[in-house]
Design a protein around this ligand. Structure first.
Ligand code: HEC
Length: 97
C-alpha cells in the first residue's frame, strides 16, 4: 500500500487543479456548465469579463432566495461559496482577450 498516498495526491491534483495559478487557464469545476446559457447571442449574454464581485453577489442572492429567479436559484445551490468565487474569478479573468 506504499503507493496509495502518492496516487491519491495525483488524483486530487487532477480533480481540483494544482493551485490558484491554474484557475486562470482552466475553468474551475462547474464553470463550463454556465456557458450553455450565458454566452454571446444567447438569452443571458456572456459572463466573461463581468466583475468577480458582481457574479459572486448574484450567485449569493440567487442561492439565498434574495433575488427572484426561475433557474439560477437552483443552479446557485449546486455550488458553495468557495466554488462560486472560483467560477466568478475565472469568468472575470476571461474578459481580457
Ligand atoms: C439553464 C440555463 C442557465 C445556466 C446553465 C446558468 N444560468 Fe445563470 N441565468 C439563467 C437565467 C434564466 C437567469 C435569469 C434569472 C433566472 O430567471 O433564473 C440567469 C442569471 C444569471 C446571473 C445574473 C445576470 C445578470 O445580468 O445580472 C448571473 C451572474 C448568472 N446567471 C451566473 C451564472 C453562472 C455563474 C452559472 C454557472 C454556474 C450560470 N449562471 C448557469 C440561466 C442559466
Amino acid at each position: 500500500m506504499r503507493a496509495a498516498r502518492p496516487a491519491l495526491a495525483f488524483l486530487a491534483v487532477l480533480a481540483f487543479g494544482p493551485g490558484a495559478g491554474a484557475a486562470e487557464t482552466r475553468p474551475p469545476p462547474g464553470a463550463s456548465s454556465c456557458t450553455g446559457c450565458h454566452t454571446e447571442g444567447a438569452a443571458m449574454g456572456r459572463l466573461e469579463g463581468r466583475p468577480e464581485a458582481e457574479i459572486v453577489a448574484a450567485l449569493d442572492a440567487f442561492r439565498g432566495g434574495a433575488r427572484p429567479a426561475t433557474l439560477m436559484n437552483r443552479i446557485a445551490k449546486g455550488f458553495d461559496e468557495a466554488e462560486s468565487r472560483a467560477i466568478a474569478a475565472w469568468f472575470a479573468a476571461q474578459g481580457s482577450r
